[in-house]
Design a protein around this ligand. Structure first.
Ligand SMILES: Nc1nc2c(ncn2[C@@H]2O[C@H](COP(=O)(O)OP(=O)(O)OP(=O)(O)O)[C@@H](O)[C@H]2O)c(=O)[nH]1
Ligand SMILES: [Mg+2]
Length: 370
């Protein structure tokens, strides 16, 4: 039975001769000595392994073990030329194609336990940016003794834990008697702001004693006011509509509610005029929470642009919507790392109020890791 504990001392940038050679010994020193005697002292150790002698199957008490070292010599110019004229070219070509297909370099993680490689690759396939996946794998390695990561199942669990460790969630201070808590949602067109606000209102109504009220300041579209008004009537909540910083502030003061949830119109992140109006509103209202709403599929350049533009309204948390529209949830990590905003809620469908969860690091990690 082989218990292979390979490590690669070879940097991956150094040219090697086409072939590697294996040498065995009763100890690792003996195996290395044999390699040196045969090939000289300038050797690259490509891998090492320890194996029990086959005779152990006949005599389980036997303690005989073999150490094996796999070495290669650095290439000379002639060697390289020779190697490239042979079948090795095909091998190199195949390896390069594989790296291009998977889009990542296995040698990058040569110094972490090899059992972390499969969950690392999985993270990349799930859409996690390669640089973030590498950081997660290194965090998993740093948190464990390599001996505890030999089993694949432990390595996967370590990776799930490492993902969860990096998931930052927003906290909500307990409600104080007599206060009026103002929550606002902002974000680009169609991101899921109104639906998320209605879901959040339902959750607050179900989980707290206080009264919840809704305000729409999307007066540009009659349908938008009606959309939120309909939710307010279904949930029996007070509702108001207003359109300027001052009229919204007046509506907040007048509405008979402890939690006041404010919906804002959707506009593209390049609409500076709209952002200026929102920014005035934020200055006057000074909301307790401002949730930026973005769909998971926006992760990447577009989300960074949106977050950058919406930063003038100072969002302090992120609602990620439309999680149900993709089977690659790695975008959650990219959003978190790129935008540096903690998650508040996750929206997983169109049903109000069901498809909506307070962000939880363990659940998010399990979602990403399948
Ligand atoms: N599949 C899916 N659809 C969602 C989710 N959240 C919202 N939607 C849908 O996305 C569409 C837009 O949702 P809205 O809540 O109206 O989005 P909005 O950001 O308020 O849109 P504007 O006010 O026009 O900017 C609706 O059809 C919603 O049902 C979600 O988590 N999953
Ligand atoms: Mg809306």
């Amino acid at each position: 039975m082989n218990s292979r504990t390979t490590w690669k001392a070879h940097s991956g940038h150094q040219l090697l001769q086409g072939q590697t050679h294996c040498f065995r010994g009763r100890t690792m020193r003996e195996a290395l000595k044999r390699a040196e005697a045969a090939l000289g002292s300038e050797l690259w150790v490509v891998g090492t392994s320890r194996s029990n002698s086959w005779s152990r199957f006949l005599n389980p008490d036997s303690s005989s073990q073999w150490y094996e070292v796999e070495v290669a010599t650095p290439a000379t110019e002639t060697d390289t030329a020779d190697a490239l004229t042979h079948d090795n070219l095909k091998i190199v070509h195949r390896a390069v194609s594989h790296l291009e297909e998977t889009g990542n370099d296995p040698l990058k993680l040569w110094d972490v336990p090899s059992s972390l490689n499969a969950p690392y690759q999985y993270l990349i396939r799930a859409g996690v940016d390669e640089a973030y996946a590498e950081r997660i794998a290194r965090h998993a390695a740093a948190c464990h003794n390599p001996r505890d990561l030999v089993e694949d199942s432990s390595a996967w669990q370590a990776m799930i834990d490492a993902v969860a460790d990096g998931v930052n969630v927003a906290h909500r201070a307990p409600f104080q008697e007599g206060e009026k808590r103002v929550i606002m949602v902002v974000g680009p067109t169609g991101a899921g702001k109104t639906t998320s606000l209605a879901k959040m209102a339902a959750h607050l109504q179900l989980t707290s004693e206080e009264r919840v009220g809704l305000i729409s300041c999307d007066m540009f579209r009659i349908a938008a006011v009606e959309q939120l008004d309909t939710y307010a009537r279904i949930m029996n909540m007070p509702f108001a509509a207003a359109d300027s910083a001052q009229t919204v502030a007046d509506a907040v003061a007048e509405i008979d509610a402890d939690w006041v949830l404010i919906d804002t119109p959707g506009r593209g992140p390049l609409d500076d005029n709209h952002l200026a109006i929102l920014s005035d509103m934020v200055d006057v209202l000074n909301p307790d929470e401002i949730h930026l709403v973005l769909p998971i599929e926006s992760a990447g350049r577009w989300a960074k642009l949106a977050a950058d533009k919406f930063s003038v309204v100072r969002p302090d948390r992120l609602i990620v919507t439309k999680i149900d529209e993709t089977d690659r949830h790695g975008g959650l990590i990219n959003l978190l790392a790129d935008l540096k905003l903690p998650f508040s809620y996750i929206s997983t469908g169109q049903n109000v109020p069901q498809d909506f969860y307070m962000a939880n690091p363990d659940q998010i990690a399990s979602m990403i890791m399948g």
